[in-house]
Design a protein around this ligand. Structure first.
Ligand code: SF4
Ligand code: SF4
Length: 151
């Protein structure tokens, strides 16, 4: 009889709805309001690669040694260089990095002897094409520029 009454008066449904409404208070909302609010990134998160430049001279820190490309298990880094006839040193000309194949393991970063290559905390890596996932030297030096929404 009790079960029947519960069914007739939709007690289970009402109890369920009550639980739902109890959690409507803002302090119980767990949905991240991205992109209005940017999430806090873990300290050790490895995201978008960056090719660092010397802030004083504006020149790249990369010495074109190719060690990052050799360390990468995915072979996705291509370093282009030419020899400076005066100094006999290699000079970086191009640098490409295919983020669509990167697993963000950090081996390239660890291999770099001059801290030129760094995996940053930037996490917005989406692009509208596959070609957009191949970052050139300029993109690596300037970093991604995600769309900022006005709200
Ligand atoms: S993070 Fe790993 S997979 Fe990505 S480029 Fe560096 S070494 Fe290669
Ligand atoms: S390991 Fe560092 S210095 Fe060498 S090519 Fe890569 S980014 Fe440049």
């Amino acid at each position: 009889m009790r079960k029947l009454l519960r069914k007739i008066f939709l007690i289970d449904l009402i109890e369920g709805l009550w639980v739902t409404f109890r959690y409507q208070q803002p302090k119980y909302i767990y949905t991240e309001q991205y992109p209005a609010q940017r999430p806090k990134i873990a300290e050790r998160f490895r995201g978008a690669p960056r090719l660092n430049i010397n802030p004083e001279t504006g020149e790249t820190l990369c010495i074109a040694c190719n060690l990052c490309a050799l360390a990468c298990p995915e072979n996705l880094i291509v370093v282009g260089s030419e020899r400076d006839e005066k100094t006999r040193r290699k000079v970086l000309t191009t640098f490409t990095y295919d983020i669509s194949r990167c697993m963000f393991c950090g081996l390239c970063e660890d291999a770099c002897p001059v801290d030129a290559l760094e995996l940053t905390q930037d996490f917005e890596l989406a692009s509208y094409s596959r070609e957009g996932a191949i970052w050139d030297r300029q993109m690596l030096e300037e970093g991604p520029r995600p769309t900022k929404y006005p709200w």
